[in-house]
Design a protein around this ligand. Structure first.
Ligand SMILES: [Zn+2]
Length: 458
């Protein structure tokens, strides 16, 4: 049954050697209730629960219950012990498995199976990755690595003494989630409290980075709406979020909405307004990770003095380390210290435009003079180097060598779908589908949505 519900990656030999018991283990762990299995195993045939087993075993979903039959679970000779934990910073996966109680040599050889079969890249492990080990009389008998949302890796020790690895991907069902609220402190705070993830908020800020000065043009009482994909597993539990498909900002400074769409002629995914005009412009108005701006509205009046002599740009107060983006495609003309500007980058664009970024704490890895950069690429990080009294980005735009007010520029825009009627028709169908989703999710009650009074801690 689990074969119908889950896809096993092409480890054909491994699949043959999996026992019924292991299959059950896999099925249960995929459902996220590995500890429930441990509880059942500890209970054994006599039905005596091990210490803590009852509370460690949440009610398994119906699917798990049907998978778990007496013939599937072979009572082990000795009760399996289980332990789980997450990867710490600068810890190796072998280190984690050892820390959970597995002998060093067994941990290393079990994990080597994953690397040999290229199920996991040891150089790309992130802190927080979860591992669960099953010990039999002090020896490692199985290992479950939660590689990412919806993807588990299992390593089991066979009777022949060999380790067998298998990857299981839960079958995920896409759904949509809509959040909207007044902006009381920041879009970031409000969206996260309503269940959106970091990525959705960053995407939202990026969509509007061409139009909005996030530091000065968001006001208390403005509101936002976003619709994004969510994926649930077989048991209906949300496991991860996906693309932002709709972004809307309704405020004093502007009132705009964008729909995610990929025109079939060029395959370039972008966000388009109701009439099919791309959100993208020649340069970004907020060339900084806008999701991290304006954690309080007071930031907009960040008093920075002491460098008025240099002042021909726009300041964005943001925490040190906030990513700074290339405002447009171009070539790096300068990436070095420059007097009161501190660490300074100049990017040369087409049509006589240049953008410049001052007071950076550091440059992006590999950034140097002569390198080509793409719009939205991280080129450096906010800092307070040079003549600066606090961390902020000082952003300048030059046209043919003359500084101009970046916030008041009328810039060339991106694609207009109306110029290709077939693409406009495609877009309108996609747009209407998104609007239907919005309606089903309660759009139209935008301003009546209130934030939960007890926000869940992140
Ligand atoms: Zn400035």
């Amino acid at each position: 049954m689990q074969d119908a519900q889950n896809t096993i990656e092409p480890q054909a030999p491994a699949r043959k050697t999996l026992s019924h018991g292991v299959k059950s283990l896999i099925a249960l762990c995929v459902l996220g209730t590995g500890s429930a299995l441990a509880g059942l195993l500890i209970a054994g045939p006599s039905g005596q629960n091990g210490p803590g087993a009852a509370e460690a075993a949440p009610a398994p979903p119906p699917l798990a219950a049907t998978l778990l039959t007496a013939t599937d679970i072979q009572p082990p000779a000795a009760p399996l012990q289980t332990a789980s934990g997450t990867l710490a910073r600068r810890e190796t996966l072998t280190g984690l498995v050892q820390r959970l109680g597995a002998p060093a040599g067994e941990a290393a050889s079990a994990l080597q199976t994953l690397y040999d079969e290229e199920l996991l890249d040891p150089r790309r492990l992130l802190p927080g990755l979860e591992a669960e080990i099953f010990l039999d009389d002090g020896h490692l008998s199985a290992l479950n690595i939660k590689a990412e949302a919806g993807r588990n890796l299992f390593i089991t020790h066979g009777a022949d003494g060999k380790w067998t690895a298998a990857a299981l991907n839960a079958r995920l069902t896409p759904q949509y989630h809509r959040v909207s609220a007044p902006i009381d402190t920041s879009i970031y705070d409000a969206a996260l409290r309503l269940g959106a993830g970091d990525q959705q908020v960053v995407d939202f800020a990026t969509v509007f980075a061409y139009d909005v000065d996030f530091q000065r043009e968001i006001h208390p009482g403005d509101s936002f709406e976003m619709v994004y994909e969510t994926y649930t597993d077989e048991a209906g539990r949300p496991v991860k979020t996906g693309n932002l498909i709709y972004a809307s900002l309704n405020g004093q400074a502007l009132n705009r909405s964008f729909y995610r769409f990929t025109p079939s002629d060029d395959g370039e995914t972008d966000y388009f307004d109701f009439n099919g005009e791309s959100a993208t412009k020649f340069l970004m108005k907020t060339p900084i990770n806008g999701a991290r701006l304006s954690s309080s509205f007071g930031n907009r009046k960040h008093p920075i003095s002491g460098y008025t002599r240099l002042h021909k740009g726009t300041d964005f107060a943001a925490p040190t380390g906030t990513p700074v983006y290339a405002a447009g495609n171009g070539t790096v003309e300068w990436a070095a210290r420059r007097g009161g500007y501190g660490n300074y980058i100049i990017v040369k664009h087409s049509n006589g435009y240049k953008t410049a970024y001052a007071h950076l704490s550091r440059y992006a890895k590999g950034l140097r003079k002569g390198r080509r950069v793409r719009q939205g690429e991280i080129i450096g990080y906010v800092g307070s180097t040079g003549a600066s009294t606090g961390p902020h980005l000082h952003y300048e735009v030059y046209i043919n060598g003359t500084p101009v007010n970046a916030m008041k520029l009328k810039l060339p825009t991106g694609r207009k779908l109306a110029e290709t009627p077939e693409m406009l028709a495609e877009f309108e169908a996609a747009r209407d589908a998104i609007d239907t989703i919005r309606t089903e999710q309660g759009a139209g009650t935008l301003l009546s949505v209130s934030l939960p009074s007890n926000p869940p801690s992140p």
